[in-house]
Design a protein around this ligand. Structure first.
Ligand code: BES
Ligand code: ZN
Ligand code: ZN
Length: 495
């Protein structure tokens, strides 16, 4: 999608469809300065009720001109004071969805609100709504929007357009990887994608370790999960140095299980609201950190960050690890395997320990980690835990900005007790429920004293319904969130 700001009045822009925001309330709308030559007609349609002003109600009109019809979609936005960034994102996505169903390919739109922050949300909504995945379909989706033009506004738009294009590009990159089936989005392909995302950026150094190399480094937990699969596992390390003189580095770790069968603790076809075929999304964390790298590099941010992704399948075979096995993690801590389906924390624990070699300013990990998180928080809040109040607060604030709600879960000492093992230093599954908290507490054992936050996106990565700007249900939640977190860290001197 080509997005541009045009120094023209809305109706002077050539487009299949023009989008006009409509607010409720006494304020005078549709001034001639912006909406000539249809301003008077629009004002009368609004006062007669022909144009709806309620939130997400749309009206459609064609106006006759000497050069043919101008088609206009009026987008009701309700009362301006009730309009949050998330409501704007959703309404903007809705407008694009409607435009697509009307067969429009080129759009011209007004900027809905005079605030820069709101324009970001509007643009995100409009661009994110235009995603579809048709890699394996003979009939490709022909409905995509080719051009989106914004009529001149009092705001400077270009910088935001460039930024959001980079962000949405990266989100779509991650979504393609996530939608890719297990026989396609393999560990090798993810490693390739990381290199592709790095492009020619000289500030990025990528090293992809083979499973044998990971084993030699002492990653006994990652190794054990991977050894049952014939698909070669990869440990991806990407280092971005955008601030060579700074000693501060942020590390981002993503869970990369390209298919989670559960292993010997085999999953059933259906468990709760999840289907086993959904387990191709179990690499969403890894895709998210690669996407984050793409954004940081694309925007040439002046900071240092490292992206780690342990990537493997989790399959049963004669070589698989088993319940009862005791593994030696890279940290030296031994782990008793209770369930081979609690594999995410096992690959992450070695990656988190590896992260400590960077003496990081913080570590963020992101993972589709527990089914319990889907039960507790559903699809609209990401589970949050951590060991550092400032980082937790920063992540919550980031979620408020991007509309990706995060919700902190407790790390009670009583839960920690249940991870004690008779045979090893720790078990990979706790007892008595609180599955998401137990997983978080398990991970905490491997981050040392470094500030750390954990994001459980089991419910929020995919399976989203009724969001116009997430048209296929795959949200790739966490990418915009972590990017916002990075911006806040940079601003606050944490990075
Ligand atoms: N990948 C799953 C978690 C998951 C479940 C993500 C549903 C998205 C939707 C994870 O590896 C897993 O299987 N966890 C187990 C842990 C249990 C054995 C302690 C779970 O949640 O059931
Ligand atoms: Zn599992
Ligand atoms: Zn898993």
């Amino acid at each position: 999608m080509l997005v541009r700001a045009v120094q023209k009045k809305l109706f002077d822009i050539d487009a299949d469809l023009h989008i006009v925001p409509v607010f409720k309330g006494p304020a005078k709308q549709f001034p001639a300065a912006d909406y000539a030559p249809f301003s008077a007609k629009m004002v009368s349609l609004l006062s007669s009720g022909g144009i709806r002003d309620e939130y997400k109600k749309r009206s459609f009109y064609s106006f006759e001109t000497a050069h043919g019809l101008k088609k206009v979609l009026f987008l009701g936005l309700g009362e301006p004071e009730k309009l949050s960034a998330e409501k704007l994102r959703e309404a903007a996505g809705f407008a694009v969805k409607e435009a697509r169903s009307l067969g429009a390919r080129t759009l011209a739109s007004r900027v809905f609100s005079p605030s820069q922050h709101d324009f970001t949300a509007q643009l995100e909504g409009m661009m994110l709504a235009d995603y579809s995945y048709d890699e394996f379909k003979a009939k490709k989706d022909a409905d995509k929007i080719s051009t989106l033009s914004f009529a001149s506004a009092s705001l400077p738009l270009k910088k935001t357009i460039d930024e959001i294009k980079t962000v949405v590009d990266a989100v779509f990159f991650a979504k393609d990887l996530m939608n890719g089936p297990g026989n396609y989005s393999t560990p090798s392909r993810l490693a390739f994608a990381a290199k592709e995302a790095a492009g020619r950026d000289k500030k990025i150094k990528i090293k992809v370790y083979s499973l044998e190399e990971a084993k030699k480094m002492g990653m006994g937990a990652f190794y054990s999960v991977a050894k049952g699969s014939d698909e070669p596992a990869k440990f991806i390390v990407a280092e971005y140095r955008g601030a060579p003189s700074s000693k501060k580095t942020g590390v981002f770790v993503g869970k990369g299980i390209t298919f989670d069968s559960g292993g010997i603790s085999l999953k059933p076809q259906v468990s709760g609201s999840s289907m086993i075929e959904d387990m191709k999304f179990d690499m969403s964390g890894a895709a998210s950190v690669i996407a984050l790298m793409k954004i940081i590099s694309g925007l040439k941010l002046k900071l240092n960050a490292v992206f780690l992704a342990p990537v493997t399948e989790n399959l049963p075979s004669g070589k698989s690890y088993k319940p009862g096995d005791v593994l030696r993690s890279m940290s030296g801590k031994t782990i008793e395997v209770i369930s081979t389906d609690a594999e995410g924390r096992l690959i992450l624990c070695d990656a988190l320990y590896f992260a400590q070699r960077y003496k990081p300013a913080f570590i963020v990990d992101i993972a589709t980690l527990t089914g319990a998180c889907v039960v507790a928080l559903g699809h609209y809040a990401t589970g949050l835990m951590g060991n550092d109040p400032q980082m937790l607060e920063m992540m919550k604030k980031s979620g408020e900005t991007t509309g990706e709600t995060v919700w902190e879960l407790p790390m009670l000492e009583e839960y920690a007790e249940t991870l004690k093992s008779k045979y090893a230093d720790i078990k990979n599954v706790g007892e008595g429920g609180a599955g998401t908290s137990c997983a978080g507490i398990f991970l905490r054992e491997f981050v040392g004293d470094y500030p750390w936050v954990h994001l459980d996106i089991a419910g929020t990565a995919y399976g989203i319904k009724n969001k116009s700007y997430i048209p296929d249900g795959v949200a790739a939640t966490g990418i915009r969130l972590m990017y916002e977190f990075v911006k806040k860290a940079l601003k606050g001197g944490v990075l």
